[in-house]
Design a protein around this ligand. Sequence first.
Ligand SMILES: NC(=O)c1ccc[n+]([C@@H]2O[C@H](COP(=O)([O-])OP(=O)(O)OC[C@H]3O[C@@H](n4cnc5c(N)ncnc54)[C@H](O)[C@@H]3O)[C@@H](O)[C@H]2O)c1
Length: 401
Amino acid sequence: MARKIVVIGTGYVGLPLAIMLARSGHQVIGVDIEENIVDAINQGVLYLAEEKIRQIFAEPRVRKNLHAQKTPCEADAFIISVPTPLDEQKRIADLSQVVSGVESILPYLRRGNLVVIESTVPPLTLRGLVRSMVEKTALKAGKDIFLCHCPERILPGDVFDEIVNNDRIIGGMDSRASEMAKEIYGSFVKGKLYITDDVTAEFCKLMENTYRDVNIALANEFAAVAEGLGVDIMEAIGLANRHPRVDILKPGIGTGGHCIPIDPWFIKEIDPVNSRLIHAARFINDEVPGKIATKVRRALKDIRNPKIVALGITYKPDTYDVRNSPALKIIDLLREDGYAVKAYDPWVKKYQYPSIEEIAKKADCLLVLVEHKLIKEELARNKTEIEQAMRHPIIMRFYQD
Ligand SMILES: NC(=O)c1ccc[n+]([C@@H]2O[C@H](COP(=O)([O-])OP(=O)(O)OC[C@H]3O[C@@H](n4cnc5c(N)ncnc54)[C@H](O)[C@@H]3O)[C@@H](O)[C@H]2O)c1
């Protein structure tokens, strides 16, 4: 059944969601505090650099059903997908944008509405903070208003496939909330929809990203030990993974993005005593960019005023997302030490150049931070020309497959 749905926050998560809901026939109002985002949506301009989503965004049905504005309005359902960054000082979730998002819908809430939080939040946020705010309206949660947490798992760079095909968790505070949310998400999700309660859903999302963070930290720790032993870590991991029940991840230059370096802190916030491993993993991964910068300094110690060209600035390969990118941290650390560092990334407009050969002219070091497929291919294709263009052909790469 077609519903009127307000999506609060039309960023990486909210906009693809709004587009898919509109495509499924719902009347969708995307609400964002940023005027340029609202205008872009209404003018049919998509700022997400993803071809499949771009095509769907241009479909007549989506253009007809999706409208954007700066303030909410009455609807059947409200979905909140605003940022939940880390309070860097206290290392706890900064829920100020969730608070303002929920506050903004209070005047428009009516009996029978569904309110979904898609933003990643610490456990107990829905039944604590969100419930208390909603009940200020005199509407009772579970009786008049239905609350649900539906965490998102999409990967920037592959949003369309993931938003449609990933399994999802629907965490209603009561069964009616879950059923209402299931009907809405079921209109475009082909993956399975698993119903649970809100606290389990909140915790699951955090466990997923913490699992990745801790396992990456283990790989990074193995890499540091291997270096001391003079062992090739990639060969060692390849051999260890021949064990039928071992699957060690790849070490890297640090973790980035909007989720992995942040979400584990939300578990620590709720239960510090039982989060010692999680806490240690955070520090191990955060230390890696500094260690990489040290390796670069060592490699260039005999060159006066070396010129460095960093290849890849996103938080992982084959995406345009630069949020919390460890590559950018490494570049900043080197620049703070006075090194001249130019950055190139074929995925990010501001950092595009005609070719690696062009930007590598007279450089002393090519620092390959993010191995995008495009970068790997270009390096393989033009290695000789690139090396000839450089003053010193030092090419530093980390943990290649
Ligand atoms: N990006 C991802 O890959 C990803 C994946 C899974 C989960 N998440 C989670 O989803 C949530 C949203 O993340 P995102 O990546 O979409 O963030 P984003 O920064 O891309 O977009 C959020 C949007 O919300 C808007 N906004 C902020 N406060 C608002 C308010 N009060 N009213 C209306 N609009 C408001 C901002 O202007 C922005 O456009 C976060 O909790 C994040 O942790 C993100």
